[in-house]
Design a protein around this ligand. Sequence first.
Ligand code: ZN
Length: 333
Amino acid sequence: MRLRPGFEVFWRQPGVSQLGIDPRCAIVLEGLSDAEQRLVEEVPRALDASILRERGNQLGLPSRQIQRLVERLRSANLLTDRPHGCDVGPDAAYWHRAAVCGVERPADRSGTVVEVRGMDRLGLRLALIAAEAGVGTVLVRDGGRVRPEDVSPGLYHPRDVGHPRERVALSILRTAAPHLRVSAPEGVRPDLVVLVHRDVVDPVPVRALMREDVTHLCVVVGELGLTVGPLVRPGLSVCTRCLDLYRCEHDDRWPAVATQAAARVPAGPETSLAWAGAALAAQMLLAHADGRKVLVDGSTLELTAWEPVPVERRWHPHPECGCTSATLVRAHD
Ligand SMILES: [Zn+2]
């Protein structure tokens, strides 16, 4: 039993100390004696409660007072049973702090399999974030070649231009995350497939994902904005065809335009949008992997380079789509 990593002690005034800063996870300990306040200072370095008791005894504190302090920390959920050394790094510290305010810590992500399709710099950055955040297997798919607009510091190099993007992306991933698995045994379905598209979502691969019951997340880079979502859980939530049908209600020639848009070679995303989109998609990907609430479950988040705070749009299954049992019922009413 030791203090959760990620908490530091702050002196407020004689007799009053504080652990943590954010009011959602911090606690203030008042009415401390000099010796207690000194003991509190040592809490982050105490590897278990017995070391804390031993140090308290050295400071002349009776066992009862030490126990009271330990109980105070325990009741604030600031103590953990996880052994020292197993939670290292900023992510572990962050999720320990989140646990104190009621958000469950992610389970081990090493068994998670994620596939990212579309290895422009947004897609590659997303794959790298997933790897950095502990996702065990990241598969990448891309049928194109590295273009000049893909070149980006730390990602594609000018000498990569013209080479197969999937192969170069794999090499970058392997170098950045040597323990990452970049292939999965045959028959293993990804927990999530992320589709990075320009302007329109290609319906052909989406149909296959729907048929195979694979959850997928769409990231669409538009001419002015970027859309993350929806998270499509086949048969259970709004799908990309639903969104297309809604668009057709406002523009009956949209299918003709969309077909042409899908066939051309797309340009790369604007720089700040590429990174914001990768970060936003990564948050959704990790939330799905962890079993937490995903903001784009039935929604899309839209942002532009000049309005980076996302606008959320909620969608219901289109009555003519038939992708969920709800729409089937409605369609046959
Ligand atoms: Zn649908």
